[in-house]
Design a protein around this ligand. Sequence first.
Ligand code: BV8
Length: 238
Amino acid sequence: MNDQVLGWVRAAKRIAVLTGAGMSAESGVPTFRDAQTGLWAQFDPAQLATEEAFRARPSMVWDWYAFRREMIAQVEPNAGHKALADFARRHPGRMTLITQNVDGLHQRAGSPGVLALHGNIFEDKWLDPPKACCNAAAAAAGSPPYCDRCGNMLRPDVVWFGEALPLRTLAAAEDAARACDLMLVVGTSGVVYPAAGLARTAAGKVVIINPHPTDLDDAADAVLRGTAAQLLPQLMED
Ligand code: BV8
């Protein structure tokens, strides 16, 4: 373990953590870089995770999310998720956890106040603004479920490409980046904005934890070539 980075963690009063899909890789959740499986193998997630794709092929996109939900429901938070949650519990108010992940694993590990920039794959919302007849609890079964009075469809409550991030969540994440004296950037390729931009607005030192090079390596004060479940328990041991 890098003693200099360990020293930065021990000395930091305000730690911001930004995580991506690599955070959940050791729980068994494929990352976006990983090849897609089955029916969706020929699609790039950035093509599927869009309102346009959903309106064009609602049942295929809905089934992709249903497949991902079923897979995520069967996995557990890994040692990396737990190390972050346990640190936050031992040091209340010292860490702000910002995630691009929609899998809810940080929340299940017990991390408080998770800033989920891209939503939650297990939540639904109406595709079009709901009318008085649109009652999600009574939606007609289907892929996707829909309002049998007006035809409005339910969609996953995640942020698709081309959609704005939840303003308050993003503002809180930007505040945490500007106020931190250390930012840990874990398991993200740093390709998707505005989330990746947080690593470039961090006031404090930036430490990247990733087994492979990322688009953010140039912004880092230190790069730890390793995995989330291996390195985070060592880093967050205090
Ligand atoms: C928006 C939810 C505007 C859905 C996702 C500049 C500024 C603003 C926008 C843009 C911009 N440039 C381009 C854009 C547009 C776009 C974008 O960024 N495109 C990219 C492709 C270039 N951004 C958007 O569209 C965003 N919206 O800007 O709206 C706007 C404003 C006002 C009004 C209207 C519109 C919305 C982006 C959110 C998209 N939704 N997820 C779903 O999940 O289905 S993004 C999704 O992909 C994930 O949430 C995640 O964010 C991203 C994948 O990235 P990573 O998490 O980094 O994962 P990846 O697989 O890439 O990498 C994994 C990493 O882990 C690797 O580095 C690997 O080495 C590492 N790893 C592997 N194993 C391990 C590991 N690390 C540690 N341990 C291990 N064991």
